[in-house]
Design a binder for this molecule. Sequence first.
Ligand code: AP5
Length: 218
Amino acid sequence: MRLVLVGPPGAGKGTQAAFIASAESIPKISTGDIFRANVSEGTELGKLAKQYMDAGDLVPDSVTVEMVRNRLAEEDAVRGFLLDGFPRTVPQAEELGAALQATKRPLQRVVNFQVPRADVIRRLSGRRSCPKCQATFHVEFAPSKKGNACDRCGEMLVQRSDDKPEAIETRLKVYEEQTAPLIQYYAHKRLLSELDASGSMDEVFEALFGVLAPYSAI
Ligand code: AP5
């Protein structure tokens, strides 16, 4: 399966991407996760990305495209991949299309997560993440059984710096201006499936699984 998930910040892409990647045994390639790992390791890429991420802006296309191209060339992505958070601009989508065409592995599906703005804000405001194992929780919808510590590894959970109110506002604006045009772009290419992602995590998973069934390798 070669798949892209698009949708506003906090729509639940990362949550569902983890389920699908595990069910299909394909890598979940999240540009946000790659940038955050670089930030915590203090790499040059991380230092550059942090300035943009904290403000809620996009990291420049030139940096992001090269990073994804290299990741897609890795062995585990040969039999399929799930891209979460990439592409996020039309130029990124064009570069991705060209890279996949060159290796004769075109995209099979792009799923657009539709969630009302009020729900997105509620999901982002209550999200808590584990800085060590990257597990994601929600204070209301998916609380950790260990309170403020991670269920999986025991590390103290944190709120992402871009989940603060000012950054959320910027991210939603940037999404409308720069990412939403991808919906038309992929609809024209007949690759787009719309998904009502406003229900519970289980409901969304079931609906997504139905959309992806024709492309499943299992
Ligand atoms: P990134 O990490 O990709 O952030 P995002 O797209 O804004 O998406 P989020 O991770 O915020 O949300 P999500 O849809 O994955 O929701 P989640 O499943 O966590 O990018 C961060 C930054 O990196 C960008 O702002 C940019 O600076 C940079 N960047 C990344 N990619 C880039 C690119 N291609 N180009 C340039 N810059 C780039 O769910 C959210 C919360 O809701 C969680 O707490 C979860 O538990 C909960 N939840 C999930 N589903 C449900 C549900 N059905 N019901 C109730 N709660 C739910």
